[in-house]
Design a protein around this ligand. Structure first.
Ligand code: NAD
Length: 353
């Protein structure tokens, strides 16, 4: 197929990649023109945050370790106050999407530059998208102030991510790339990144399952996560992300697992309407069918494949379907109620597409 017309905007962002690249932290803080970093983490990752603070010595303003899923507004306010009180002039977010999300909430309000050190494959560090939860409602938006200025990808820091979470987080990343391939604003640069990102994760996840700390596999996975996160940050998402936002937001299902379970079914739904994208996904995974290849990648590596196994009630599927049909995201195949309801049923039962 010949190249179609497109718009491509590049975003200034610095990426430092490689095993041991955490050693460049002080240099990178300096390059930001910052002198006092507030280190952010979840409570579980406090030891890693303390290690960062130790490395920074006098350039560490302190550690704020209360990042949690979905960035509650109260936590965001508290972190902003702490940053101000300690005179922080940048924030270092070490962790997954929840910690990066807290950094973004601080940046949104204060313009504080963020240096992200991702330890999962969720990809938030490459996007200008933020989410803050207030009174049980998650509000998301797009603002380039929240995009981390610098990202240090050090695969050694993701070696502690449990195998189960590594597999689901990796498929969460694949979901960004897969939907980027059939986005209405897709472009050839993102297509390249998407296909390469899926391929890197496709070979990394089985290797991580075989040996959790395999340095080569951890590097491949984080490299794939970077590419897939870049796609998420650059082009629009479709049915799959809409379904996952609905299921996560309204039924409190876990983020990466939900992505892992829904993706094969969203791909099967869109298969006939987006054949080029499906061919690229299948090729990246060395398979003949994109939806089945993603399902097999999950199942064969021990990830959940049924919504019923992660806490979804069958009696809530009608409501989930109704939510999915409101405020629709652009999608290659129009959303038809019966077909979406069938998709949800299949995802709930864990049927191979
Ligand atoms: N804004 C965006 O562009 C964007 C993109 C993707 C995800 N997100 C958001 O990010 C959140 C999910 O992020 P996530 O899937 O990365 O999970 P997470 O950040 O919630 O992390 C899950 C758990 O794993 C722990 N963990 C992370 N890395 C670890 C490691 N290397 N070793 C041991 N434990 C580790 C964390 O401390 C946490 O307890 C969701 O709220 C989602 O909406 C946002």
């Amino acid at each position: 197929m010949s190249v179609q017309p497109f718009v491509y905007s590049s975003v200034p962002q610095r990426v430092v990649f490689g095993a041991g690249s955490l050693q460049h932290l002080a240099r990178e803080i300096d390059a930001l023109g910052a002198r006092r970093a507030l280190v952010l983490s979840t409570p579980e990752q406090r030891p890693q945050a303390e290690r960062i603070a130790d490395m920074l010595g006098a350039h560490a303003a302190g550690v704020f370790d209360r990042a949690v899923m979905h960035v509650p507004i109260e936590t965001a306010r508290e972190a902003r106050e702490v940053a101000q009180r300690l005179g922080a002039d940048c924030a270092v977010a070490i962790g997954g999407g929840s910690t990066t999300g807290l950094g973004k909430a601080i940046a949104l309000d204060s313009g504080l530059p963020i240096l992200a050190i991702p330890t999962t494959y969720a990809g938030s560090e490459m996007t200008p998208i933020y989410g803050i939860t207030e009174a049980g409602m998650k509000k998301t938006g797009k603002d380039f102030r929240v995009l981390p200025r610098t990202v240090i990808y050090d695969p050694e820091l993701s070696a502690s991510l449990p195998v189960g979470m590594s597999v689901t987080s990796g498929i969460n990343a694949i979901a960004h790339a897969a939907e980027g391939l059939y986005a209405t604003d897709a472009n050839p640069i993102m297509d390249l990144m998407a296909q390469e990102g899926i391929a890197a994760l496709g070979r990394a996840l089985p290797a991580i399952r075989a040996s959790a700390k395999d340095p080569g596999a951890r590097s491949d996975a984080l490299y794939g996560a970077w590419l897939c996160g870049t796609v998420l940050g650059n082009v629009g998402m479709a049915l799959h992300h809409k379904l996952c936002h609905t299921l996560g937001g309204s039924f409190n299902l876990p983020h990466a697992e939900t992505h892992t379970i829904v993706l094969p079914h969203a791909l099967a739904y869109n298969a006939a309407a987006a054949p080029e994208a499906m061919a690229r996904i299948a090729k990246a995974l060395g398979a003949g069918n994109a939806a089945q290849a993603v399902f097999d990648l999950a199942r064969d590596n021990g990830a959940p494949v049924a919504l019923r196994d992660i806490g979804m009630k069958e009696s809530d599927l009608d409501l989930a379907c109704a939510h999915a049909l409101t405020n629709q995201y652009p999608n290659p195949r129009p959303l038809a109620r019966d077909a979406i309801r069938a998709l949800l049923q299949n995802a709930w039962e864990g049927v191979r597409p």
